[in-house]
Structures are given as C-alpha cells and as structure tokens.
Design a protein around this ligand. Structure first.
Ligand SMILES: [Zn+2]
Length: 170
C-alpha cells in the first residue's frame, strides 16, 4: 500500500467517493477546483447503493437504504456537471473468494445498472474495494465492458477538507 503522503502527492486526479453524506460540499468544491486548475480530468470512483451495509458499518451511516439511494443519486447529479469522470467503486469483501458467485455478480451488475438507470452514465472502469476480487468478478466485469483498475495512487473524499492537517503542523 502507498502511504497517505504518497497518495496525496500523486493521486490528486483520482478520488474514491465513499461518504457524500458527510463530504458532499468538499467533494463538489474539489471537483470544481480540479476543473479549473487540474492537469488531468478528475476521475471519481463512486460507491453505489450495493454498498449500503458497508457505509453503515464503516462510516456509521444511519438512514434507510432507500434514503441512501436518493442521496447518492442527488449527489452524483451535482457532481456530473463539474466535468468529473464518474466510474464504479464496489466493495465485495475482504475475502471475496468466500462469497457465492451470485452475490458477487449481483453486486457488480446492480452497481452498473444504478449508473445506467439513475445517472444515464455507462461506466467503463471499476475499482474493487481493497483491490480484492475473484475470477468470477473479473469475468462479470469484463462482460459488462468494465476495465478493472488495479492499485494506484488516489485520494479519498474523506481526506478532503481535513482541518487537522494544518493545525497539527503548528
Ligand atoms: Zn473503498
């Protein structure tokens, strides 16, 4: 794994979007900044409602899946006009080889269809959470025309607008 410092240095043009229920404003502001000053088009790897349970466990999200879905659609519709390239981010599991094939396939397909149906976007790339996936996941992604992006420098929306960065250096 790259350190946070290296990711921040080299990964500015790729964001993993995981917590729009906390960092919506920061993310939109960042995307606007990138459009104005960035050298490359900003790429956002976005969670979808298939990871509702993940965000509840990982980030303490506490609302219904229905409301989470509405929130994501609303947020991504605001992110699209910034010119950012929205692609898929799907967390399968820490040990995806223990999942049954159907669960793996439905997560990938549902994420893909969420983009098509709700955003009118056809995703072409996917990053799996923790970069963990199986041969079945690979096959399913390929059938949908999704290129699997392997580990590379990136930042997280949760790093945007961090105040402690400045205060800790005083
Ligand atoms: Zn992730």
């Amino acid at each position: 794994m790259l350190s946070k410092e290296l990711n921040k240095m080299f990964g500015k043009a790729e964001v993993h979007v995981e917590i729009p229920f906390i960092k919506a404003k920061e993310m939109i502001d960042y995307a606007e900044q990138c459009r104005k000053y960035g050298q490359k088009r900003l790429k956002c790897f976005c969670l979808t409602p298939v990871n509702y349970e993940f965000v509840c466990a990982e980030y303490g999200y506490r609302d219904t899946k229905e409301n989470y879905t509405i929130l994501l659609v609303d947020f991504y519709k605001k992110l699209i006009p910034t010119g950012a390239d929205l692609q898929l981010h799907v967390h399968l599991a820490q040990f995806p080889e223990l999942l049954i094939k159907e669960e793996i396939e439905s997560k990938i397909k549902d994420a893909y269809n969420f983009f098509i149906t709700n955003l009118g976007l056809k995703p072409t790339e996917i990053i799996f959470g923790w970069y963990k996936y199986t041969d079945e996941a690979k096959k399913c992604a390929e059938e949908l025309g999704l290129k699997i992006v392997e580990q590379k420098a990136h930042i997280y929306d949760k790093w945007l607008g961090e105040k402690h960065e400045r205060t800790s250096q005083k």
